[in-house]
Ligand binder design. Structure first.
Ligand SMILES: NC(=O)c1ccc[n+]([C@@H]2O[C@H](COP(=O)([O-])OP(=O)(O)OC[C@H]3O[C@@H](n4cnc5c(N)ncnc54)[C@H](OP(=O)(O)O)[C@@H]3O)[C@@H](O)[C@H]2O)c1
Length: 340
């Protein structure tokens, strides 16, 4: 049966935004963690090494997703794997297949094969709602989307939405691998993740909120945004590992807000920031939202959107991310969030 504190588990991409909170949670719960990183240097791993219990129970391995041998070494001796690493582009791409799609898809296969070789009990893979809700073929626009809904990969490819292509293809490959080999694989499909950062650099989804507060030249559409807290995302990943009854996909998208309403919420709560303008958000029709009921039925609960936003803004303020830095490049809306 999966999931007992005291086990050894591997977390891929351990130094990233979501993975760092997961490593912190696992160490606090008594797990020993094998964390993979691409760079063992202080800037990428200092925040992990200073976590509670890290000196005894955290071992870091240098491993790129495309390096099967390195992944095998990190996963050896583990009872479980959390596959979190995947390219999350925060700037425009020059070669999307090489920079995003291949590492996501081949990387997932490498991790799953290494997990099979180590005979792990369960692999929890981080997918995304971009694999659920983008123009799913044959899905009525007024029907709430659940785990049966798959984004249309060809539509995403035609729109050059490479991150979505990478997440859809990698998640499909993970479920196909599980079916073919019998490896126990479950996936989590988080919404846009906000919340305080443990790592020193700003990841793509945190840039999104900073852009709303600081304003800038980019236009966006008045989409329906699904949002989840990074700490609740870490809780969901651990729950999926520990709950024997977890299986298949799990949408993790508890909060729903339109871009205009998010702008208004931020503007009324934090009037001291410049904010994006009302006119920079173009109207669009809102399709039906997604449900997080499957995850909630496993016992998952989460913070309010207001608490998540308050903690994120406070953290970004304290860290100086919201300051005007002379000579710095102006903030851009992350390209990842500005296409379809
Ligand atoms: N944040 C969100 O809103 C959100 C929503 C849904 C799903 N997700 C998913 O959550 C996971 C983590 O994302 P995040 O938000 O925490 O972003 P992040 O901080 O950018 O984390 C991405 C991680 O993947 C690693 N990585 C990328 N390419 C790699 C490669 N070729 N080999 C090894 N490691 C590689 C990065 O390592 P380096 O530090 O070395 O670059 C980093 O640790 C991803 O699978 C993402 O698709 C995120």
């Amino acid at each position: 049966m999966p999931g007992v504190a005291g086990e050894t588990v591997c977390v891929t991409g351990a130094g990233g935004y979501i993975a760092s909170w997961l490593v912190k949670l696992l160490l606090a719960r008594g797990y020993t963690v094998h964390g993979t990183v691409r760079d063992l240097g202080e800037k990428k791993t200092g925040h992990l090494r200073s976590l509670e219990n890290a000196s005894e129970n955290l071992k870091l391995f240098k491993a790129d997703l495309l390096d099967y041998e390195a992944m095998t070494a990190a996963i050896a001796g583990c009872q479980g794997v959390f596959h979190v690493a995947s390219p999350v582009p925060s700037a425009n791409l020059t070669d999307p297949e090489v920079e995003v799609v291949r590492p996501a898809v081949v990387g997932t296969k490498n991790v799953l094969e290494a997990a099979s070789a180590a005979k792990v009990k369960r692999v929890v893979v981080v997918s995304s709602i971009v694999a659920v809700d983008i123009n799913p073929k044959g899905w009525p626009t007024d029907k709430i989307k659940d785990e049966n809904s798959w984004s249309d990969v060809e539509f995403c490819r035609n729109n050059e939405e490479w991150y979505s292509v990478s997440k859809i293809t990698a998640e499909k490959a993970a479920h196909e691998y599980a079916q073919r080999t019998g490896l126990d694989v479950v996936t989590l499909n988080p919404a846009v993740v906000f919340g305080p950062l443990l790592q020193p650099t700003v990841n793509a989804s945190s840039q999104f909120l900073i852009y709303f507060l600081k304003g800038g030249p980019d236009r966006m559409r008045d989409k329906l945004w699904h949002i989840v807290d990074v700490r609740d995302t870490a809780d969901a990943l651990l729950l999926l590992y520990e709950a024997p009854e977890a299986s298949g996909r799990h949408i993790c998208a508890p909060h729903i807000i339109t871009a205009q309403n998010l702008r208004e919420l931020l503007k009324s709560t934090y009037p001291e920031y410049p904010h994006i303008s009302k006119d920079s958000i173009d109207d669009m029709e809102h399709p039906a939202p997604m449900t997080t009921d499957k995850l909630k039925k496993l016992g998952w609960s989460c913070r309010s959107l207001e608490e998540t936003i308050a903690d994120t803004v406070e953290f970004c303020h304290q860290s100086g991310f919201l300051d005007d830095v002379e000579g710095a490049e102006p903030w851009r809306f992350p390209p990842l969030y500005n296409k379809i």
